[in-house]
Design a binder for this molecule. Structure first.
Ligand code: AMP
Length: 216
């Protein structure tokens, strides 16, 4: 089965994807992580994406669709799309690609969260630049100092998490371009809403119930 994890920045898409990968061995495709890798590699895509990301803006659809086309075509079943699609144009492109390779999306997990919680979470977020595991200084700190629990790499703050103006821009982008996807996927009968304001254990129980109900 294949799924999309949808929600505003800071709703926990990366953290819950990590959990689903551990539990069910999905391949995790995070377009944010892919773009950050391109930036580190100083590739052409990375150089053009950096200015958008640093401003909190969306990278243009044609760039994003190109990245996904490249990745998804070689995938077998069982993937999680995290951070893609983010616009109706990307949804339409994804549908075409999936049709071409005879795959489908089985469920869209929508992490719904209050806007005021988002800003606090993003400002406290830390990530491992190597394995991409996400932590939070307040709600999910690493075991030792600011080192990754898995590979002991010093954790960093993402450049787009460091100032509240950028966060407001990202939320505006989300509200204008991505929120309409919620109704779209609901109309297709694919949407499952999870209250992401709840504690992590409850969220994970609900995710498991949803996946196991579909997967059997
Ligand atoms: P994320 O790690 O998912 O929060 O993504 C970080 C940033 O990468 C976003 O704020 C956008 O600038 C860019 N980005 C990631 N995925 C997409 C996408 N599907 N469409 C447009 N921009 C994206």
């Amino acid at each position: 089965m294949n799924l999309i994890i949808l929600g505003p920045p800071g709703s926990g898409k990366g953290t819950q994807s990590d959990f689903l990968v551990e539990q069910y061995h999905f391949v995790h495709l995070s377009t944010g992580d892919l773009l950050r890798d391109e930036i580190v590699a100083k590739s052409e895509i990375g150089l053009s994406a950096k200015s958008f990301i640093d401003q909190g803006k969306y990278v243009p659809d044609d760039v994003m669709n190109g990245i996904i086309d490249n990745k998804i075509t070689n995938l077998k079943d069982n993937f999680i799309l995290d951070g893609y699609p983010r616009t109706i144009g990307q949804v339409k492109f994804l549908e075409t690609v999936l049709q071409k390779i005879n795959h489908k999306i089985d469920v869209v997990l929508y992490l719904e969260i209050k806007e005021q919680t988002i800003v606090d979470r993003l400002l406290a977020r830390l990530v491992c630049p190597v394995c991409k595991t996400t932590y939070n200084r307040i709600s999910m700190p690493p075991k030792v100092d600011t080192l990754c629990d898995k590979d002991q790499t010093p954790l960093i703050q993402r450049t787009d998490d460091t100032d509240s103006n950028k966060i407001v821009t990202r939320l505006n982008e989300y509200n204008v371009s991505t929120q309409p996807l919620v109704d779209y996927f609901r109309s297709k009968g694919l949407l499952k809403v999870i209250d992401a304001n709840q504690d992590n254990t409850t969220i994970r129980q609900q995710l498991k119930q949803i996946i196991e109900a579909i997967h059997g």
